[in-house]
Design a protein around this ligand. Structure first.
Ligand code: GDP
Length: 363
């Protein structure tokens, strides 16, 4: 599965957000295999309004959304890359996640200590990013020495690695994250370096309750920074989300509307995390269940089938496919077939977001 690590300075609302995320998921547990994997790891359902419609048309007994994992990575402080505050341990946790959710304190509250003395989310973002850049620089500088030696001995593999690493080191020394200098097409190779500043970032601006609908000046400053770096940004009030997560599902919408909010901030965080990871969803629909499955964009049919079961990839013959829109418009499989909207596709078919798929395979 894919995961997002929640990072940020102490007292910005990370745990509040993480607990709200996982509490909401457990509230939905009636039809969802929620689990807290470890105290700081939670798997949450990815909300998708298409599921309801598919289940209605397909007369499915139950709905199984797809899921995303969140890891609460506490304890990053200024100096983490030099080992401050158990920094190395937390940095190691960040290396393992696929994307970074950076929670920024955008609320004032004199009762809650700010480790940097006052609220300034753009400065906070820079502090954390600096620590991540320093840690990346340190890890590359350590590795490149041996590689350069090998490269001089005409080791092609080592030469290629050095060629990729040198501009990354140069950028990091100038205070630019590694993601800004990765050549197009080299993303996969770069990912193998396990750097932190190549991971996609979502800023979550944690604002006071009264600003949840509108944002505030702090969150606007973060939004500008996010835009400049091509990062994603979501405004939430972790305090509101914590309250909502304790309500029964049927009361949540009304509560949010009372505050002028259209949807839950958590839903927006989950959806943004999903997009951040470049993930797509396909569906399987049957009388037993309508289910969503996660793939990375660009995945071909046999590998998409492997998400359900490895045997499906090995024995893959073909798949029947119809888009979500057509499935609903023509009232299900039979109607879509009659209208000629159902296609048979082979092993080179690139599965599209929203495809309803039926696999044919040898066992
Ligand atoms: P973490 O250290 O980043 O995990 O922060 P926590 O989630 O533990 O929150 C630190 C403190 O800030 C707690 O006392 C929270 O109740 C409080 N807090 C979190 N979010 C908000 C918020 O939106 N508004 C206010 N006023 N307090 C908040």
């Amino acid at each position: 599965g894919f995961n997002c690590g929640i990072v940020g300075l102490p007292n910005v609302g990370k745990s509040t957000l993480f607990n709200a995320l996982t509490a909401t998921a457990s509230a939905q547990a009636a039809n969802y295999p929620f689990c807290t994997i470890e105290p700081n790891v939670g798997r949450v359902a990815v909300p998708d309004p298409r599921l309801e419609n598919l289940a209605r048309v397909g007369k499915s007994q139950r709905i199984l959304p797809t899921s995303l994992e969140f890891v609460d990575i506490a304890g990053l402080v200024r100096g983490a890359s030099r080992g401050e505050g158990l920094g190395n341990q937390f940095l190691a946790n960040i290396r393992e996640v696929d994307a970074i959710i950076h929670v920024l304190r955008c609320f004032e509250d004199d009762d809650i200590t700010h480790v940097e003395g006052g609220v300034d989310p753009v400065r906070d973002a820079e502090i954390i990013e600096t620590e991540l850049m320093l840690a990346d620089l340190d890890s590359l500088e350590k590795r490149i020495v041996a590689l350069q030696k090998k490269a001089r001995g005409n080791d092609r593999e080592a030469q290629a690695q050095v060629e990729l690493m040198e501009p990354l080191i140069a950028a990091l020394r100038e205070g630019r994250p590694a993601r800004t200098v990765i050549p197009a097409g080299q993303e996969a190779t770069a990912a193998r370096l396990q750097l932190m500043t190549t991971k996609p970032v979502l800023y979550v601006c944690n604002v006071e309750e009264g600003s949840a609908a509108t944002g505030n000046n702090f969150s606007k400053a973060v939004e500008e920074r996010a835009k400049a770096e091509g990062a994603a940004c979501v405004v939430v009030s972790a305090a509101i989300e914590a309250e909502v997560s304790q309500l029964p599902a049927e009361d949540q919408k009304e509560f949010l509307e009372g505050l002028g909010l259209e949807d839950s901030g958590l839903d927006r965080v989950i959806a943004a995390g999903y997009r951040l990871l470049g993930l797509s969803t396909y569906f399987t629909v049957g009388p037993k269940e309508t289910r969503a499955w996660t793939i990375t964009a660009g995945t071909k049919a046999p590998q998409a089938a492997a998400v359900i079961h490895n045997d499906f990839e090995r024995g893959f013959i073909a798949c029947e496919t119809v888009s979500y829109d057509d499935y609903v418009k023509y009232n299900g499989e039979a109607g879509a077939k009659e209208a000629g909207r159902m296609r048979v596709e082979g092993r080179d078919y690139i599965v599209q977001d929203g495809d309803v798929l039926l696999f044919r395979f040898n066992v």
